[in-house]
Design a protein around this ligand. Structure first.
Ligand code: IMP
Ligand code: MG
Length: 190
């Protein structure tokens, strides 16, 4: 059995906070006076979306999509499934997809194609953290917070096996040897 533990905090609370304010500032400038629909990509984007939308001073519509390609572990399965779709009619409206982490780009690519067919007035994406070296599809990102290394990360909404979402920072996980005592929060993967 392999155990996981926090290896390193990559983005602390203050660093995330400042970046969310910066991104919100750009979004507010670009969408002021427009009918904005924020689409939170569940579950990982929940914390980012909650922080971002509270920095937008005008009325917006919030909706959720749940797409999965990671399953319960760290290995990508590369099949995008829509487990829950948005309920908002986005025709003629300005849609902004919100995700916490972009990795291969396949999730956002799939959603841009899916919602593009519904004739929104505009359709863009914002991500907080970009694992750019992992990209397999060149997806356009209107707003991007940080570039982060190719490490499996958790926290600030993002999970490993449904654990760690509640951490207020973004941290890399490391595997520790079988039988080693779990330091801090440990999680069994296999
Ligand atoms: P992509 O489709 O490969 O870009 O993956 C995007 C989705 O995978 C995100 O919405 C995250 O939920 C998840 N993901 C990507 N990287 C990580 C990670 O390091 N830890 C946990 N989830 C991740
Ligand atoms: Mg996950």
């Amino acid at each position: 059995m392999k155990m996981l533990e926090i290896e390193e905090i990559l983005l602390d609370q203050e660093t995330i906070d400042k970046k969310v304010s910066e991104l919100a500032g750009l979004i507010v400038q670009d969408y002021a006076g427009k009918d904005l629909v924020l689409v939170c990509i569940l579950k990982g984007a929940i914390t980012f979306t909650a922080d971002l939308m509270r920095r937008i001073p005008f009325s917006i519509t919030l909706d959720f999509v749940q797409a999965s390609n990671y399953g319960m572990g760290t290995a990508p399965s590369r099949e995008i499934r829509i487990k829950k779709d948005i309920e908002t009619d986005i025709k003629g409206r300005h849609v902004l997809l919100v995700d916490c982490i972009i990795d291969s780009g396949e999730t956002i690519d799939c959603l841009l194609k899916r919602y593009g067919e519904r004739n929104p007035a505009s359709l863009k994406a914002v991500v907080l953290a970009d694992k750019r070296s992992r990209r397999t599809i060149d997806v356009p990102l209107a707003y991007r917070g940080f570039e982060i290394p190719d490490k499996f990360v958790v926290g600030y909404g993002v999970d490993c096996g449904e654990q760690y979402r509640n951490l207020p920072y973004i941290a890399a996980l490391r595997r520790v040897a079988a039988g080693a005592p779990p330091a801090g929060i440990g999680d069994s993967l296999e």
